[in-house]
Design a protein around this ligand. Structure first.
Ligand code: PCA
Length: 222
């Protein structure tokens, strides 16, 4: 179902050495939830595959025609909700390959387009509202070189290039949130990865409450 007041909320499937990804779990849990002012969340889980992901994301945009597009992803050593302000035209997947078996040495995502775009959600207000709600959060100007940055850059480029438009004519708002590990995931990694001795974590409930707060702060700015 699409509508003029749709928020597309994406998360990711498990990847790398993480058997669980809170971002996909939260995106699915919030699917169908109604927020203030008639906004409805459409949640979806993206593949951690640098070749397939952009096509899946474009398909979701076509299907839902959202006014707001927010991505979620796991940043396992993070200490709070990390509000990403910049999507870079860069892809660097070293170490373990993505779920499609791809590594990337460090290449532009798209040739002949800008090096970066700014997120368009109200990042400062979002952090202020999260802190006010008692949820640790901070802004970040680098979303990494993996699939999370690719999602943010792909969305911002599609909007800036005019490929993604909302029926109302209002610009589509986009941004990305990195999430910490859950306590369960932190324990699992400490037990199984020799070099990991401590990892910050946050309960899934608190993260989900934080994500809802981000969406509420964002629609107030539309
Ligand atoms: N986190 C990775 C990709 C998928 C995810 O959940 C990232 O931070 O890029």
């Amino acid at each position: 179902m699409s509508g003029t007041k749709t928020i597309l909320l994406t998360g990711y499937e498990p990847f790398d050495r993480f058997p669980y990804n809170p971002s996909g779990v939260i995106a699915e849990a919030l699917d169908g939830k109604e927020l203030a002012d008639g906004y409805v969340i459409r949640g979806a889980v993206l593949p951690v595959d640098c070749v397939k992901m952009p096509g899946v994301l474009y398909g979701l945009f076509e299907k839902y025609q959202p006014q707001v597009v927010i991505g979620l992803g796991l940043a396992f050593s993070e200490t709070g909700l990390r509000i990403e302000r910049v999507g870079h035209n860069w892809s660097e997947i070293t170490g373990l390959p993505d779920n499609g078996g791809h590594n990337r040495p460090g290449i532009p995502l798209l040739p002949d387009v800008p090096a970066a775009y700014f997120s368009t959600f109200p990042s400062k207000q979002i952090v202020a509202d999260l802190l006010e709600a008692g949820i640790p959060a901070h802004t970040s100007d680098h979303a990494g070189g993996h699939l999370c940055n690719e999602m943010l850059f792909t969305a911002l480029h599609a909007i800036n290039a005019g490929a993604w438009q909302h029926p109302s004519g209002n610009p589509v708002i986009a941004g990305f949130i990195h999430l910490p590990a859950t306590p369960q995931l932190a324990v699992q990694l400490i037990q199984t990865e020799k070099h990991i001795r401590n990892i910050a974590s946050m309960s899934l409930d608190l993260m989900q409450q934080g994500v809802e707060q981000v969406l509420t702060s964002t629609i107030q700015a539309v």
